[in-house]
Design a protein. Structure first.
Length: 553
């Protein structure tokens, strides 16, 4: 049965026009229905739910009698929580502006549409396509270029799935003991004793592949025999990707080295709503994919799944040592390795990583439908996870060690969380234990105000409690603070190498001339995606001055 697109508007002419335009464009894949009255529309939505039919998109005019558009969308969302929601308003309707802003801030709509529109190819279909693309990504059928056969639960299987999600590779997941899983194993001639098994679209089979093997097979990593470059970027988060775009676009031979997936910590954010240029928000994974492709189109190369283990100077060159024994020779280096998620330090929970305990909120969020979950953390990443999980989970408990969210979370997120009916925020509380058979089933939380420990029956725990910089490999190479963050520019305490250069260190330059740092790994950086991307762009600009008089050591 086709998913439903529903339009509700009390203006007959506008309703008929939109119904006809959407039916012509999308009627082959969706059932487009129209109602002039919200009450009759809700009655049909109840019947649709009873019949087990999905609703992909709800469009409602704001100024209808009896029930306005926001009120209708709230009532409809209770019946079909996975549907996308669009508020329909007239061009230049200033009265509707507060409703749009408030509804977006409190997650009552995804976006708005304007009427009248003409031609629909310019003013209607592109926006409708975004709504349907977002819905299909989470709830619709999906192409499978890669099939993952794994045990359930499986830590390595979870890592592979997360990797495929981060790179936007269409895939399917099959438990090894399922009928389809057993069929695929027979087809590959394997007995399932070694998992996960990855079946590529062209028939090649990978058994327990490393990230590097998987990236090479998918053509994501583009490192060739040439191991010299103008700019080597270590880390493919927002700072590294921005530097790759600007460096490659300015003609620099640019190489990006990343040990895991592109996007860094931002890549695991379910929705970035305050990133410039994306009024509807954008997932961290999608933003990273776009930046990855953009840099690649300018000529940047990638060495993915490779870990850097050392950095040194050799005359005018900077030498990067990789864990496989190979080296990269570069005229300049940008360190943008970001930071790793802090662990809870609860031994009983570590064994459930990927089996109910997640240190990010990515593709597994959609699997939390009608489940009870906990989010540990009080920062923006935790807030974004809470908001996204609330769309799927039956109940979300946010556990915060501090006394409030004011100093750690953006105001728009705080206000949004306060309005979510299925979210409970507990302050001065932390996770102290967890248990289960094969997957997480219960979590113990301690209220430090009362000393009481309570056990909650939950199916998942999402941990977002801060970061630790990836700089252990830099010991002795550049100056760092006691926590491992890289010191740059005027903050350097002992810039001895610069004393004979007759110039101070540049703004983002480390204690080793020709080596720069940007993003979360740098001491004093603003922990925001936009600022990290900005620092990556600034670092490339600084190279113009550095390459005029490179430092030989």
């Amino acid at each position: 049965m086709k998913p439903v697109i529903m339009i509700v508007d009390d203006e007959p002419a506008q309703l008929t026009t939109m119904h006809g335009d959407l039916d012509r464009r999308y009627g082959g894949d969706y059932r487009v229905v129209a109602h002039a009255a919200p009450r009759t529309a809700l009655e049909e939505l109840e019947a649709v739910r009873a019949g087990g039919v999905q609703v992909a998109l709800l469009i409602a005019d704001q100024w209808m009698p009896v029930m306005n558009g926001v009120e209708f969308l709230q009532a409809a969302h209770a019946l079909h929580p996975s549907a996308q929601r669009a508020l329909l308003v007239n061009w230049g309707d200033k009265r509707a502006m507060p409703a749009i802003l408030q509804s977006c801030a409190f997650n009552q709509i995804e976006n708005y549409l304007l009427k009248p529109y003409y031609p629909p190819e310019v003013h209607l279909y592109p926006l409708i396509g975004e709504f349907l693309s977002e819905w299909t990504r989470e709830h619709g059928p999906r192409m499978e270029l890669v099939r993952v056969i794994q045990s359930d639960p499986s830590l390595r299987g979870y890592e592979v799935i997360e990797f495929l999600e981060r790179y936007g590779v269409p895939h399917g997941v099959y438990p090894a003991d399922s009928a389809e899983g057993r069929r695929l194993l027979r087809q590959t001639g394997l007995d399932g004793s070694r998992l996960p098994v990855i079946v590529m679209r062209h028939g090649r089979v990978l058994v327990e592949p490393s990230n590097a093997e998987l990236m090479d097979e998918l053509g994501i990593s583009t490192l060739d025999e040439e191991r010299t470059c103008d700019l080597a970027i270590v880390g493919a988060g927002p700072a590294g990707l921005a530097a790759a775009v600007y460096g490659a676009s300015e003609g620099l031979r640019t190489l990006v080295i990343e040990r895991e997936a592109v996007g860094g910590q931002a890549g695991s954010s379910s929705l970035l709503r305050n990133y410039l240029g994306f009024p509807r928000g954008i997932s961290g994974a999608e933003l990273a994919q776009r930046a990855y492709q953009q840099a690649w189109l300018f000529g940047a190369k990638y060495a993915l799944g490779r870990e850097v283990c050392g950095l040194r100077a050799a005359g005018p060159d900077r030498i990067i040592a990789l864990s496989d024994g190979s080296v990269i020779t570069a005229r300049a280096v940008l360190i943008a390795t970001g930071a790793a998620y802090r662990r809870l330090g609860v031994p009983n929970l570590e064994r459930f990583t990927g089996a109910g305990v997640f240190y990010a909120a990515g593709g597994e969020v959609a699997l939390m439908q009608d489940r009870d979950v906990i989010v540990a953390g009080g920062g923006n990443s935790a807030g974004q996870a809470v908001v996204h999980l609330a769309k799927h989970a039956r109940r979300v408990v946010q556990v915060v060690r501090g006394e409030s969210l004011i100093d750690t979370m953006s105001d728009y997120l705080i206000r949004q969380i306060r309005r979510l009916p299925n979210v409970e925020v507990r302050f001065q509380t932390e996770v102290v234990d967890g248990e289960g058979a094969h997957r997480l089933e219960r979590v113990a939380v301690k209220d430090h105000a009362t000393g009481r420990v309570e056990t909650l029956e939950v199916q998942a725990l999402f941990v977002l409690i801060g970061v630790v910089p990836h700089t252990d490999w830099l010991t002795g190479a550049v100056e760092r603070d006691e926590q491992g963050f890289i010191i740059t520019g005027a903050d350097l305490k002992s810039p001895a190498l610069f004393q004979g250069l007759k110039r101070p260190p540049m703004r983002l330059e480390t204690s080793l001339p020709g080596v720069f740092a940007a993003g979360d790994v740098r001491l004093g950086s603003v922990k925001r995606v936009a600022s990290a991307a900005g620092e990556g762009a600034i670092a490339v600009k600084l190279l113009d001055d550095y390459f005029v008089a490179p430092v030989s050591l």
